[in-house]
Design a protein around this ligand. Structure first.
Ligand SMILES: [Zn+2]
Length: 96
């Protein structure tokens, strides 16, 4: 019977330890802070996504708004403006 009691005590300690650890992890991660950091990362991500629009077209070198990126046969990637998209389609280039 002694072994059963020891086993039960160990089990209780294990469960207690598990609950304490769970409480620690949930309380340490401030929900407000995590959401604010997520917003910041999203903003920087949006800014990074907007920057390709400022790049000149690989074909006509004009800053013609948003570029669409195509993969060439030799593996290089080119950014083409709206005017040059028809050329890319004729050459069977794959939009990325
Ligand atoms: Zn162009």
């Amino acid at each position: 019977m002694k072994y059963v009691v020891i086993l039960l005590v160990l089990l209780a300690l294990g469960v207690g330890y598990y609950i304490v650890q769970k409480k620690k992890t949930s309380s340490s991660s401030d929900p407000l802070r995590t959401t604010s950091s997520n917003v910041i990362s999203m903003d920087s991500h949006r800014k990074a996504k907007q920057s390709p629009g400022e790049q000149p077209c690989s074909s006509c070198k004009k800053k013609n708004g948003k570029l669409i990126f195509y993969a060439q046969d030799n593996g290089t990637v080119v950014g083409l403006c709206k005017d040059c998209q028809s050329k890319a389609k004729k050459r069977d280039m794959l939009p990325l």
